[in-house]
Design a protein around this ligand. Structure first.
Ligand code: KIV
Length: 281
């Protein structure tokens, strides 16, 4: 693994230049096999702190640690050749101030080879974003519904309806002016997403924020139908891999019980013989 930028790979400045162009395609990944699948199709692969809920069964993202992010990001890095890898800064790793944020962002970059980090928050994080961006840490912002603030919001509600719109708009402007190269807009009304996208100079990446954004992101396990604990309205299921996997597991269980698996082709005899794959068994 290298902490040095790969010249073939998409960079944060490339993403910034895509403002208003062909929509940016972004997905999360947490493992090498999924990173290999998404790499060719995505501009940005986010190692999201959603990993805590999706892979570790946590009730929210609040228990995710920097060590978990490092471990998953290193796995994802091994599967990527072209997409820009961005890693989430977990809850508690950046909110104390700019220096704490720099120390932990630098660790993520050095130990995982990511080319940028994402952190949640608007106005209140602008100073930190400016500090990082000015010191070699490309930052992706995240405003609207920020899941690390679930307890403050009292749930995963739509943000920015009615008079609350101005708060989200001001957050997005602050993040853009502070030097972020892109910003995630999560679960905000379409009209607000359109307005923000038209007003700020950096790409907006929507999740539950309409096609008015400059790009889209989804949690890969949600869109593949693997994570089924809950299903937000903004998720489109492009496959039902969870159902396919469960049917396969049920078939295996049945065949073990009725002794039809392992069959002859899976069994070793006394003398070696060549099987279909060309392997000597
Ligand atoms: O953690 C995550 O996966 C995210 C995206 C859904 C934007 O923050």
């Amino acid at each position: 693994m290298s902490a040095v930028a790969d010249t073939k790979a998409i960079t944060p400045p490339d993403i910034r230049l895509r403002k208003g162009g062909t929509p940016l395609v972004c997905l999360t990944a947490y493992t090498t096999p999924i990173a290999k699948l998404v790499d060719r199709h995505c501009d940005i692969v986010l190692v999201g702190d959603s990993v805590g809920m999706v892979l570790h069964g946590m009730p929210s993202t609040l228990g995710v640690t920097l060590e978990m992010m490092v471990m998953h990001a290193r796995a994802v890095r091994r599967g990527l050749e072209q997409a820009l890898m961005v890693v989430d800064m977990p809850f508690g790793s950046y909110e104390e101030g700019s220096e704490q944020a720099f120390r932990n962002a630098a660790r993520l970059m050095a130990e995982t080879g990511c080319a940028g980090v994402k952190l949640e928050g608007g106005d209140e994080m602008a100073e930190t974003i400016r500090f990082l961006a000015g010191r070699g840490v490309p930052v992706m912002g995240h405003v609207g519904l920020t899941p690390q603030a679930v307890n403050t919001f009292g749930g995963y509600r739509v943000q920015g309806r009615g008079e609350d719109a101005e708060r989200i708009r001001s957050d997005a402007l602050a993040v853009a002016e502070a030097g972020a190269f892109a910003v995630v807009l999560e679960k905000v009304p379409e009209a607000l997403a359109r307005r923000i996208t038209g007003e700020i100079a950096i790409p907006t990446i929507g999740i539950g924020a309409s096609a008015a954004c400059d790009g889209q992101i989804l949690v890969v396990d949600d869109m593949l139908g693997i994570f089924g604990d809950f299903r937000p309205k903004f998720v489109k299921r492009y496959a039902e891999l969870g159902e396919i996997a469960e049917a396969a597991i049920a078939a295996y269980a049945q065949e073990v019980r009725d002794r039809s698996f392992p069959a002859d082709e899976h069994v070793f005899g006394d003398a070696p013989r060549t099987v279909n794959s060309g392997e000597t068994a």
